[in-house]
Design a protein. Structure first.
Length: 261
């Protein structure tokens, strides 16, 4: 066995061990949520192939399915198209003792809908006119609300999208939109930057995770979530995050390369 192969095995074992310890912390968190009747809402955004599915899978792996829900909405129906934009999301919000994860959210309007022309300019501007007030109501209602964006480089996205085509277990992930993801990279970057600038607030900040390394991103994302929420018997030494990997949005990070451009 080569030194490289040994290091790879050691790294995989360390990842599994650290993930296991963090999943124990997540179970502690859920017990606290149930006991206190808290309501937790986490939305995960990011480019295609950023790792949202895999991250959520590891987070909820050992949580109670009764109090844990994952929401991944498809294309809106004609009826939903006629509704107030945020209306289709509200039925899925957490009740007492629940934690809900949105795998993509209302921020579709600020991203894919804008880039691919699925909404009008008026609808796009109306979204920004309403979204911070809408999220403010969530927070004031007692929901613990967390917004996460998984950030990957163009080369990493291209590699992951290519790998999907040859993986029979990931065929459900492929879509015509995937083919446009790399082509419209700059447009998606521009839309993302506008989204951050117009929706990052002190009470609903954007947390960004450098997700080029999937395993590191999952570990840091879980640490970030645990550090943001209060729960009994928290192991504070275990959940210290790497702030070069996970950090709150700052426009300066677009200039120094911490956010992929």
């Amino acid at each position: 066995m080569t030194k490289h192969e040994e290091d790879k095995i050691t790294g995989k074992q360390h990842y599994k061990e650290e993930l296991h310890q963090l999943q124990i912390e997540l179970v502690k968190l859920q017990r606290h949520i149930i006991r206190k009747n808290d309501k937790i809402l986490v939305i995960l955004e990011g480019r295609d192939a950023a790792g949202k599915d895999g991250s959520i899978k590891r987070i909820i792996q050992h949580l109670s399915p009764r109090e844990t829900r994952v929401v991944a909405l498809g294309k809106p129906s004609d009826r939903e198209e006629s509704q107030w934009y945020f209306q289709r999301y509200t039925p899925y919000f957490p009740a007492a003792a629940e934690i809900v994860f949105f795998n993509r959210s209302w921020y579709n309007r600020a991203g894919v809908e804008k880039v691919m022309g699925f909404c009008t300019d008026a609808q796009y501007e109306e979204f920004f006119a309403e979204v911070t007030d809408f999220e403010g109501m969530l927070v004031r209602s007692g929901i613990h609300f967390i917004k996460v964006y998984l950030d990957i480089s163009k080369s990493e996205q291209k590699k992951r999208l290519e790998a999907r085509k040859d993986d029979p277990l990931k065929q459900w992930k492929t879509s015509p939109i995937d083919e446009q993801a790399v082509k419209y990279w700059k447009d998606y970057s521009s839309a993302r930057n506008v989204m951050f600038a117009r929706t990052h607030t002190s009470f609903t900040p954007w947390t960004i995770v450098d997700a080029d390394d999937k395993k590191i991103a999952r570990i840091q994302l879980i640490k970030g979530l645990l550090s943001r929420l209060d729960y009994a018997n928290k192991d504070t030494s275990l959940i210290l995050s790497d702030q070069t990997i996970i950090f709150d949005y700052d426009p300066l990070y677009l200039e120094n390369g911490m956010i992929k451009v």
